[in-house]
Design a protein around this ligand. Structure first.
Ligand code: SF4
Ligand code: SF4
Length: 290
């Protein structure tokens, strides 16, 4: 288990694994099998006949077009920096490409299992995209390594921010202007020369200061009111000991903080309003501004 906080809670409860992982549906098991199978294709031989890149911006456009063709909804590129690499890992590459796929937000109306199956479907799709994109870049004559649920050495949030996908919300996930936090990633690290994207802010953190939907809907009371600033970055620290009993230590995965976020309203206005009506009927409060 990669998460030390979760591992220690599971040990303290005398369990071998988090219940959420052992209670997977057949569909979820099939998605997990898919990304596990792709693990052996993360890397591979590089074509010795290299395509020379004289215009990194043009190459970035081509690589993004390829990622969209493979099924990505959002693609961004930045230089790979040490804080984007997992502790203890060593990646020699210059760039990282984030290729993300949006989840079908309609699933929120069907309950926690449907939301979870959708998340796993998207993770499996992202694994396919990252694998094929890395193979495509190696065909161009440059090293490229895919990172996905079947094996990864990169940190998602700092990459999302740097490639301009959005800003960190109060619920601890990064919010995209169109998809909210309802998306999942795959990554490719490479030496292929590429033009970089830039961070893009559009007022998320100011909005969060006045919106409390995630905080008020969190069953574990795990989302704080006040942010902290660490290394110059403003963020809200989720209390994992309060979150995990709902999100990892039960059969059904809790995803409510992301599902109630008003940034989902832009892609799915009717569904968002119906879902919030359901939440209100369950006794939770919908923010006045929505
Ligand atoms: S996953 Fe659930 S319990 Fe955890 S912070 Fe989000 S709403 Fe709260
Ligand atoms: S629900 Fe509101 S406070 Fe929470 S992350 Fe979304 S916008 Fe920010």
């Amino acid at each position: 288990m990669a998460d030390p906080a979760l591992a220690s809670m599971v040990r303290a409860m005398g369990l071998e694994n988090a219940r959420h992982y052992t209670a997977a549906t057949p569909k979820i098991k099939a998605y997990r099998d898919r990304w596990a199978e792709l693990a052996k294709y993360r890397d591979g031989p590089v074509n010795p006949r290299r395509v020379e890149v004289t215009a990194p911006a043009e190459m970035a456009t081509q690589i993004k077009a390829k990622a969209f063709e493979l099924g990505a909804d959002m693609v961004g590129i930045c230089r790979l920096k040490p804080h984007m690499i997992d502790l203890g890992e060593d990646l020699p590459h210059e760039y990282v490409i984030a290729a993300c796929v949006a989840e079908d937000y309609e699933k929120v109306l069907l309950g926690a299992n449907a939301v979870e199956e959708e998340a796993m479907r998207v993770y499996a799709t992202c694994s396919d995209i990252a694998t094929e994109l890395a193979a495509h870049i190696r065909d161009l004559g440059y090293p490229a390594l895919a990172h996905h649920n079947g094996g990864s050495a990169v940190q998602a949030i700092p990459i999302f921010y740097q490639v301009g996908f959005g800003e960190l919300g109060r619920h601890g996930s990064l919010i995209h202007e169109r998809y909210g936090a309802s998306f999942r990633p795959g990554f490719v690290t490479t030496d292929l020369p590429l033009a970089e994207d830039q961070p893009r802010e559009f007022g998320v953190q100011d909005f969060c200061m006045h919106c409390n939907a995630c905080m008020r809907n969190c069953p574990g009371d795990a989302i704080p009111k006040d942010p902290v600033i660490t290394d110059g970055i403003k963020r809200w620290l989720i209390d994992l000991e309060k979150c995990y009993p709902y999100s990892r230590l039960r059969d059904e995965y809790c995803h409510l903080c992301v599902d109630v976020c008003p940034y989902n309203v832009r892609s799915h206005p009717k569904t968002y309003k119906s879902f919030m009506k359901q939440r209100k009927q369950s006794g939770y409060k919908t923010p006045k501004s929505w």
